[in-house]
Write a protein that binds this ligand. Structure first.
Ligand code: ATP
Ligand code: MG
Length: 626
């Protein structure tokens, strides 16, 4: 990436910088110590080289010019010493570059690891409220800015600072008047840098947001390519893209137009400074004899090695300010509050002895909630699958209520069905049972325990869920079913697929259970994807099942197959079913009709039909669900 020259109106956020450095130090203290010592050595050697010019000319070369039979041995010796010192510099340079590359990439890997691990702990709300493209760009764009800061900016700032300080002191020692010329030129350079920076910074910021916009648009169009083609939207898509792309062109052109001016301007100012020092220094040396030729030569060398780091510092300092924005986003994600998991009721395996429950390590397939008692004695409550809602009121946001005063009870083994118009709140109810969201009022109990007291991981382990959106991951069909239980044997996977009636179609695939599918589920059909997610829930083998629209994309013939599979799956389990096809929920123990977040009717199929209310109208087709 080309070197960016940016000055921003924003002040450097020291807090973020400090934190970044701390983060950077966390994993690599020793390596970084070696790196910075090496950088210091390399910088000092280069300054020493410039200073050496004076000794070389004044003490070794000029005396030689005055001798009739010059003896070159001392000169050779001193040159050899200098060459060895330079060699040491080269070795250290190579050493620190190597270590730095390793340290940088290791830090970035750690950062990505930390980000991903932390992301897994975030509540669903975070993903519901942040565009996924934005989260993605933290892993790509922002991490890349960090790479630049870690591998270039910070080391170069450090090396420049050491060089500037040592060169400045050396210059002062050599000649105070000549140092003043340099300070004067420095002042002019600063002015030039800030003028260029002011102009380019706003465009650099704009360029970054334009890149993000363009990426977002491309992603959107790729995902929606079928809709684009079906509605002949190609031309309009191209037009809209061109507009976004034009804007990116403008911002990147302007940003770079100004920033590329910097190097030539600074280079020329540097040359002017050099010529000015040479001329005035020459006058000092010849006319006033106040400095030696060697001192002047050294000074000119120092002048050269002074300008570069000055340009670099202003350059890098601005790059840091820009990069801090990236670091800030990385830290913001790392600081995002994890899902709290304060519940101390856990799920344990038990066996029954003389009618008493006894906790055991081996898998017995009998589970119990372990309730830590105050006196140190744990209470074990058999996991049965009894779910109750008491006056539950909930909204995704404070100013909007989605569910109002919901009361319901599902006794172990019962089948509860929710019906109602789209947006009525059916999925929301299931989001509350598994605690994707926490309720604002009322309470939900599971086997008599408030679900807020239950450890979330254990709560979710006790639920088999088929979500409304079937989500499959890239991998084999077997892997996908095994998401519910990675330790399951092949036999168990096949058993679960059979239960969901998915075994038939899987066997017809060329590679059977080893067929590789992509994350969008291709090459499977919509219905097949649903059968797979039902098989996944079957493998979880949990006492409570939640099936959200599990049969909506299946044709009537397959529906019968799935239905029988689901019936097998549901037998003996408490089940919450949300289905748009009323035929699939006819045999439910209780059917709850939801309307705008309220339960308006409840009962079984026959009683609701007799009531001749909303359910009756839905069933007889007098009312459309959607
Ligand atoms: N993550 C969310 N953030 C904010 N509001 C949401 C969220 N999810 C759903 N809602 C809102 O909550 C209400 C109920 O949505 P819900 O998904 O529960 O409906 P549903 O009955 O499952 O509908 P459908 O039959 O279409 O699946 C809707 O008005 C919806 O706009
Ligand atoms: Mg829904």
């Amino acid at each position: 990436m080309s070197r960016r020259v940016i000055a921003t109106d924003k002040k450097l956020d020291v807090k973020v910088l400090k934190r970044l450095i701390k983060y950077y130090l966390k994993y690599n203290k020793l390596s970084l110590f070696i790196v910075f010592v090496s950088i210091a050595i390399v910088s000092l050697i280069s300054v020493a080289g410039s200073l050496f010019t004076r000794v070389l000319i004044d003490d070794y070369i000029i005396p030689l010019t005055k001798q009739a039979n010059p003896d070159f041995t001392p000169l050779k010796k001193v040159l050899l010493i200098m060459a060895s010192i330079y060699l040491v510099g080269i070795v250290f340079n190579y050493l620190y570059q190597k270590i730095l590359i390793y340290v940088t990439h290791k830090t970035l890997k750690k950062t990505r690891d930390d980000l991903f691990a932390h992301m897994q702990t975030l509540p669903i709300k975070y993903f519901d409220t942040h565009p996924h493209g934005e989260i993605m760009s933290i892993y790509t764009n922002d991490i890349d800015t960090l790479r630049q800061v870690l591998s270039q900016t910070i080391p170069s700032l450090f090396s420049s600072t050491i060089t500037i300080i040592s060169v400045f002191i050396s210059m002062l020692v050599l000649s105070v008047p000549l140092t003043f010329i340099i300070i004067f030129m420095l002042f002019i350079m600063r002015k030039a840098i800030s003028w260029i920076g002011k102009n380019s910074s706003k465009y650099f910021k704009k360029q970054q947001s334009d890149i993000a916009k363009e990426n977002g648009y491309i992603e959107e169009m790729m995902e929606g390519i079928k809709v684009v083609k079906v509605f002949n939207y190609e031309e309009e898509a191209i037009n809209r893209f061109e507009k976004i792309n034009d804007s990116l062109f403008n911002s990147s052109f302007n940003a770079n137009k100004f920033s590329t001016l910097l190097m030539p301007i600074m280079g020329n100012l540097g040359n002017i400074s050099y010529v000015l020092t040479a001329a005035i220094g020459g006058i000092f040396a010849i006319a006033f004899n106040s400095i030696t030729v060697g001192t002047l030569a050294s000074f000119l060398n120092l002048n050269k090695s002074f300008n570069m780091p000055v340009i670099q510092i202003s350059n890098q300092f601005n790059a840091i300010i820009m990069a801090m924005a990236g670091a800030e986003r990385v830290f913001k994600l790392l600081d995002e509050e994890s899902e709290t998991n304060e519940g101390d009721v856990t799920l344990v395996n038990v066996r029954k002895e003389n009618g008493k429950l006894i906790e055991c390590d081996e898998c017995t397939n009998i589970w119990a909630w372990k309730h830590p008692g105050r006196n140190g004695e744990d209470r074990l409550i058999l996991l049965k699958g009894d779910v109750r809602f008491y006056d539950v009121t909930f909204g995704y946001n404070e100013n909007q209520t989605v569910l109002k005063n919901i009361n319901l009870y599902a006794e172990p083994g019962q089948k509860l069905a929710f019906v109602g118009a789209t947006g009525a709140g059916k999925t929301t109810i299931t989001n509350l049972i598994n605690r994707f969201y926490d309720i604002q009022e009322g309470s939900i109990t599971y086997d008599g325990i408030d679900i807020k007291l239950i450890n979330k991981n254990d709560l979710r382990r006790s639920l088999g869920i088929v979500l409304q959106e079937t989500n499959l991951f890239s991998g084999t069909i077997k892997d996908n079913i095994k998401y519910a239980n990675p330790e399951a044997t092949d036999e168990e996977v096949i058993q679960a697929a059979k239960l969901a009636n998915a075994d038939g179609f899987i066997r017809h695939l060329e590679h059977g259970y080893d067929t590789v599918i992509k994350s969008d589920g291709s090459p499977l059909s919509q219905g097949q994807k649903q059968l797979l997610s039902i098989a996944r829930a079957a493998l979880a083998n949990s006492p409570v099942l939640i099936l959200d629209e599990a049969t909506s994309s299946i044709d009537s013939r397959t529906e019968k197959i799935v239905q029988s599979g689901m019936d097998k799956l549901m037998s003996g389990r408490t089940t919450f079913v949300i289905a748009h096809r009323l035929s699939t929920i006819k045999n439910s123990n209780v059917i709850l009709v939801l309307d705008h977040g309220e339960i308006i009717e409840r009962g079984n199929h026959e009683s609701l039909l007799k009531e001749k209310g909303t359910y009756y109208k839905l069933y007889t087709g007098l009312l459309e669900i959607e």
